[in-house]
Design a protein around this ligand. Sequence first.
Ligand code: F6P
Length: 503
Amino acid sequence: MSGNPTQTEAWKALQAHQTQTRGQKLADLFAADPQRAERFTRTLDGLTVDFSKNHITEETVRLLLDLAVAQGGEDWRERMFRGDKINATEDRAVLHTALRAPTDAPITVDGHDIIPDIRAVEARLAAFVEDVREGRWRGATGQPILHIVNIGIGGSDLGPRLVMGALRAYASGPQVHFVANVDPADILGVLAGLDPATTLFVVASKTFSTQETLLNARTARQWLVAALGEDAVARHFVAVSVNREAVEKFGIAAASMFPLWDWVGGRYSLWSSVGLSCALALGWNHFKALLAGAAVMDEHFRTAPMAQNIPVLMALVGVWYRNFRGAASLAILPYSEGLRELPRFLQQLDMESNGKSVDRDGLALDYATAPVIFGECGTVGQHSFHQWLHQGTDAIPADFIGVRQDDWGQPEHHRVLLANLTAQTEALMNGRQESDLCRTNPGNKPSTTLWLDRLDPHRLGMLLALYEHKVAVQGFVWNINSFDQWGVQLGKKLAEEALAAKG
Ligand code: F6P
């Protein structure tokens, strides 16, 4: 179905195309085509992606689409959505999309329809969320829950953390705090400001075997028990996991465990019970709106023609830079304080998924895969590493993400913020010649601009699903398994061995 992409005609054609277009200036592409901005912009339901400031022409896109087709991209996409076990090294389906499926049309894994399971867990989550928010679920002393502490790491932390930052304006329930690092400074810092009587811990760990999370959860448990006694644990701890046995062993009853399934990858798990902390703060309806937004992107990704398909185009532009123009990194630059956590979220999504050097058959790759993902909020990054973007020796592709609507009633701040976004993309593209080279911005540096009409649950869901699918398509093209993460096991094992040796 797919093999080494470098052996395809499309790859060779892209190499030739790169040689022919080397030295091409973005400014000249705009000058030659007054319609360029529109030609390379795609819009879907309040999300606009402008690819025009990239080193691409219609010919580039055509050749990249040929590559995606040659690598069986459409076929892999369909296999993913229908639940084939495309995560072969773990013998698992990849069905985070089923968690946001808008209809009850069956999706089967091993002959079993998983949709009723998803709906049953959703119903439990929704009921629990309402109970906590309406004060029916109370702490051991009878007080309502005012604070949630989400204890988790990686996918059990980054997604919920990002959502809470982005949707602050929608939060109306208990306040959510996050603990991820095993450095005690993290948990002690959070606990210091809390009252055990009004605090609920959500221990989120798909495997319930992650050392950092379990240690933090034990520390939290001791803190609670010291104040309220052992019996209080049942009212102050819930778990999110696939591993019921380990949850019970920890001392959380199965009735207080919200499951997910092995066909949900950790870094794709926000949409599952892992989103519980967010749902508690935002309310079930807003959490469902997040899922519905992601579902709109799923539908687009699954059905839109390749040339119109936003995740496909984004993925292929990334492949173009990574494999044909030698770019080793990608900057993620949200011009939105709410999206501050986006670079960190995308680091795990992209680099844990596609940080691979063997193909699906276990053969060593002779081509590059995931770039380094880094980033910072605009305008903060402008006063830090943007110098490197403007005048450094590398051309770094960058995703600028802007939000059109001002949610804070501060038009002047918003105008300044967005003026800076636009100015940065123009400065990168056009540069400016000065009398001496030290002051000259060479320009011709690429960027993609993503606009959200609003930073609401729906658009946020769309944005995150867009990046998920982008990463998947790149994995399809590179013929790698984007859904395992064997590389992180060794470090975990060595840490355990070192601890065991010290007794
Ligand atoms: O870092 C490896 C990893 O397995 C991630 O893939 C995952 O998101 C994280 O650890 C946390 O895993 P868990 O949810 O099982 O605690």
